[in-house]
Design a protein around this ligand. Structure first.
Ligand SMILES: Cc1cc2nc3c(=O)[nH]c(=O)nc-3n(C[C@H](O)[C@H](O)[C@H](O)COP(=O)(O)OP(=O)(O)OC[C@H]3O[C@@H](n4cnc5c(N)ncnc54)[C@H](O)[C@@H]3O)c2cc1C
Length: 283
């Protein structure tokens, strides 16, 4: 009797979607990992890179630029509540443990290291943890639950976001074929927050400086993006993430102006001003 190996089924699906015409979210088997902080480094002045390693980081899978993990933190009373493995999924205790979502910026299978780039800000649990953490600290990481697989057959790619989306945009730009064309718009406070990006030559990168305005305010990002003209007859994929209110106008724009199908765009609120542990699905 032949046994089907379900552990790798997602890899076949990823290959199928990549070879197709439209993007699709593909689920992966979800793991809980006990990792160790190896080091922290600044990436520009706006991102604090936390590099995770240790035996628990081995065998991590990374397939798509926007894939993310949940960092699980102890509860206010110091206890740590963790999900349990349930087949290919995790069973989460109720109420849900304290966690925050972050993009997988990089997985290095040789070194067995995962990089998470955290934008420090005032009054944030994860942000405060990242600023204080020392090498050797233990961090439990759940996921990624899957990834958005986008075929490389679109004529143009339009990427947009604030500093919380920059880790994903940096990965997008690295992973696009070198012949890809399009635009990337990133809102940062100032030039010191700009980072080195390896963008294909045909992708125009535009940094927008917010200056003294608080993060998540103003319409500069939406104005810059919606001024783009997609050449007649070309297929575009739009990916945007950032503060929920700031990226809202982009949803209307892709629907009413670009008239994109659902599978040809992905616009996600990564955080919301005044809301801790924002989850777009609860909004
Ligand atoms: C799929 C996904 C991927 C993400 N990837 C990244 C990533 O790679 N890097 C990253 O930095 N963030 C990323 N984020 C956003 C991050 O999860 C949120 O910013 C989160 O709220 C930060 O948690 P915290 O504990 O620091 O703040 P919280 O305790 O959640 O919030 C406390 C207060 O801080 C405010 N706040 C939250 N984030 C910010 C911010 N960035 N700037 C200013 N004020 C803020 C809140 O509105 C709230 O008032 C991602 C979010 C999602 C959903």
């Amino acid at each position: 009797m032949t046994r089907v190996d379900h552990r790798h089924r997602h890899l076949d699906r990823i290959a199928e979607v990549r070879a197709g015409r439209h993007a699709e979210k593909v689920g992966y088997p979800i793991h809980l990992r006990e990792t160790e902080v190896v080091r922290t480094t600044m990436v520009g002045s706006g991102l604090l890179r936390v590099t995770l390693g240790g035996p628990g980081a081995k065998g991590f899978e990374a397939h798509a630029p926007d894939e993310h993990v949940k960092l699980i933190f102890p509860e206010p009373d110091g206890s740590l509540r963790l999900p349990e493995r349930n087949g290919m999924m995790l069973r989460w205790p109720r109420p849900a443990p304290t966690s925050r979502e972050y993009t997988v910026r990089r997985y290095d299978p040789v070194a067995g290291e995962i990089d998470i780039d955290i934008a420090p800000h005032d009054g944030g649990l994860a942000s405060g943890w990242a600023q204080a953490v020392q090498p050797g600290a233990v961090l439990h990481v759940a996921g990624p639950p899957g990834g958005l697989i986008v075929p490389h057959t679109y004529d143009r790619y339009l990427l947009a976001g604030d500093i919380t989306a920059l880790p994903a945009i940096a990965r997008w730009l690295e992973e696009l074929p070198r012949g890809a064309r399009g635009w990337a718009f990133v809102e940062v406070a100032d030039a010191a927050q700009e980072i080195e990006l390896s963008a294909p030559q045909g992708v125009e990168v535009r940094w927008l400086h917010r200056g003294d305005r608080p993060a998540g305010t103003g319409d500069a990002l939406a104005r810059a993006v919606t001024a783009v003209t997609v050449p007649e007859g070309e297929r575009v994929y739009v990916w945007a993430a950032g503060e929920a209110g700031q990226i809202k106008p982009l949803r209307r724009w892709v629907r009413d102006e670009l008239r994109l199908e659902k599978a040809d765009h992905d616009i996600t609120g990564y955080w919301k001003r005044g809301v801790a542990d924002f989850d777009e699905d609860d909004d």
